[in-house]
Design a binder for this molecule. Structure first.
Ligand SMILES: Cc1ncc(CO)c(N)n1
Length: 229
């Protein structure tokens, strides 16, 4: 398995990632990701993905706000406020791409959500509402940590194309030290919550949540690819 720099080797994040190995790989090394790395991804696939991702991020921000609500310390609350702001900044990158394609924020907002977008975002919100902060953080982690790993896998791809790769700024955003710190922070938070909130006793349920999020992530890439058929 691709080595992960996130979380502690004996922490909850490593255990969850390992337990979901097959789905995790299918997500982090999806053909869509490989197409980003070598620049061969059809533009129609990227456009479909990116517009839907902007809609995804609106609901993902709501899920982070739910995590702020469920935060059990002032530090955790501050962390959530930062995460929410980072998400809003990520959404601006999307709008810059959309502007290049002649789409305004209103145009993107008026786009119908794909079933894959609804399925993933509303499922995360439901896990978060039904469970406690650990259930929610486990549902959120594949998103935040996964994109950090995706950027690392892209960087090490033997056919990685940099010159003239149309997706270079997307790759740069998730490779940035800021985003990498976010991914590391999310894995470390899981490790800490695993200790404080009975991660061992709850492992089966948590592993099912983590694996389901990874599956929904892969389906999200696939939704983009399907638009280019
Ligand atoms: C679907 C999806 N997962 C994760 C991220 C990373 O924030 C994103 N932008 N979109």
């Amino acid at each position: 398995m691709f080595p992960t720099p996130y979380g502690s080797p004996d922490g909850l994040f490593h255990r969850l990632r390992h337990a979901a190995e097959e789905r995790w790989d299918a997500y982090c090394w999806h053909p869509f990701v490989q197409g980003l790395a070598d620049g061969t991804l059809p533009l129609a696939a990227f456009r479909r993905y990116l517009v839907q991702d902007w809609l995804f991020l609106i609901h993902f921000a709501r899920a982070k706000a739910l995590a702020a609500f469920k935060a059990e310390s002032l530090d955790a609350l501050r962390g959530k406020a930062n995460a929410l702001n980072a998400l809003l900044a990520e959404m601006n990158m999307h709008l810059a791409y959309c502007a290049e394609w002649g789409m305004s924020e209103a145009d993107v907002l008026a786009t119908t959500e794909a079933p894959e977008t609804v399925a993933y975002t509303r499922w995360v919100l439901d896990r978060g509402m039904a469970g406690d902060i650990l259930d929610l953080e486990v549902a959120l982690a594949p998103c935040t940590v996964g994109y950090g790993e995706v950027a690392r896998r892209i960087a090490e791809h033997p056919r990685r194309r940099r010159e003239g790769n149309p997706y270079e700024s997307w790759i740069a955003a998730y490779s940035s030290p800021e985003y990498q710190a976010l991914a590391r922070g999310a894995a470390e938070r899981l490790d800490a919550l695993g200790v404080s909130h009975g991660g061992e006793a709850r492992f089966r349920t948590l592993a099912a949540t983590f694996a389901e999020a990874a599956r929904l992530e892969a389906a999200f890439w696939q939704m983009g690819l399907d638009a280019a058929r």
